[in-house]
Ligand binder design. Structure first.
Ligand code: GDP
Length: 226
């Protein structure tokens, strides 16, 4: 008898901490490491997050009127925080409104000392849009560890998925382990994504000089006192 594979990310608790609505606006204060999720509207971000935590929490929050343009924070297992960034590039809104995502998302990404990594979503069927490229350039500029989830793989054949993954990896110069094929419909890729998130959190714990100090602050860090 073979044992069931272990779930790399068992969710024991999930708590909505609240929204951040403007670049310098309110955001929850906490001491946990953060992992943020980014992608254009309709890429499948709420579905991916729901599959990852095996709850409907993200769909519920993101359908609340007004919430779609805010950054939403969720504490997981009282150990780390998932940050749901607003979907950008919605085709049916004006260019000006489309550009509004940038100050809020950039302000958060640059100003968040606890942010340890990003899951960037791309629809496996489409080439990255200009907005996607802006987002990826921003992540590279900030130097945040990034994994890319290629969503909706159930919508094309297995061989088409293989071809598209190669194209995306080449186009964006990604390593194999940085690109995770995913489907919220079949559940494919859920455990690989969970593993990738766990490694982003583990890398951050290994690198974090704050862990070595009694009061939890790094003595030489430029962020002390900010
Ligand atoms: P968001 O705007 O990025 O949060 O996207 P949603 O999660 O709301 O998904 C947008 C649409 O794509 C919805 O109609 C979903 O049912 C659909 N969708 C999301 N993920 C998948 C997937 O993996 N496979 C398929 N076939 N449809 C998906």
């Amino acid at each position: 008898m073979s044992a069931a594979p272990l779930d790399p990310l068992v969710i024991r608790s999930l708590e909505f901490l609240g929204p951040m609505a403007t670049a310098h606006g309110w955001r929850p204060t906490h001491t946990f490491p953060e992992i943020a999720f980014a992608g254009r509207s309709n890429v499948g971000k709420s579905s991916l997050l729901n599959a990852l935590v095996r709850r409907k929490a993200f769909a519920r929050v993101s359908r609340t009127p007004g919430r779609t343009r805010e950054i939403n924070f969720f504490a997981v297992n009282s150990a780390f925080v998932f940050v749901d960034l607003p979907g950008y590039g919605y085709a049916r809104i004006s260019k000006t409104r489309q550009a509004e995502w940038r100050p809020l998302i950039e302000g958060f990404l640059r100003g968040s000392a606890q942010l340890k990594g990003i899951v960037q979503l791309l629809d496996v069927r489409h080439d990255p849009t200009d907005d996607d490229r802006q987002m990826l350039d921003l992540l590279a500029d900030i130097g945040l560890p990034t994994v890319v989830a290629a969503t909706k793989i159930d919508k094309i054949s297995r061989s088409q998925v293989e071809t598209r993954l190669k194209q995306i990896a080449r186009d964006l110069a990604l390593d194999d382990e940085q690109l995770i094929p995913f489907s919220a419909v079949t559940g494919a890729g859920r455990d690989d994504l969970a593993k990738a998130v766990v490694s982003l959190l583990a890398e951050s714990a290994a690198d974090d000089p704050a862990d070595d100090t009694a009061d939890g602050t790094a003595p030489d860090s430029p962020l002390v006192g900010v």
